[in-house]
Design a binder for this molecule. Sequence first.
Ligand code: 5GP
Ligand code: ZN
Length: 111
Amino acid sequence: MDCIFCKIIAGEIPCDKVYEDEKVLCFNDIAPKAPIHVLAVPKKHTANLLEVGDDKEMLNDINYAIKKVAEKMNIAENGFKTVINTGTDGGQSVNHLHFHILGGKKFGEDL
Ligand code: 5GP
Ligand code: ZN
């Protein structure tokens, strides 16, 4: 499958890893939109939120990894923004589910 995040998970393309466990890989975004910009990616290929389907553990696994990233990057106390883009109108450019974790600056209250 021609999926860039699957290739990163397989170690075929390098990444700057922040956190990894059995189910999730978290690595720095190649084009950061904030001082801290980490992507949390399930290891099982899943195109987007709609494809999570019956895998009720997947989002919990990602949430656990996000907490670990927040602690490791010292953004747990001040907070951070999470963004998930879905499909064309959602601005999704990589069709493998990923949560953006954005921190290290104060965002406005608008989306
Ligand atoms: P999307 O637009 O799908 O929500 O986000 C995709 C994100 O993946 C973008 O922020 C983009 O910079 C990042 N990205 C795309 N290709 C790579 C890559 O090869 N390595 C890393 N670390 N990030 C990537
Ligand atoms: Zn994939």
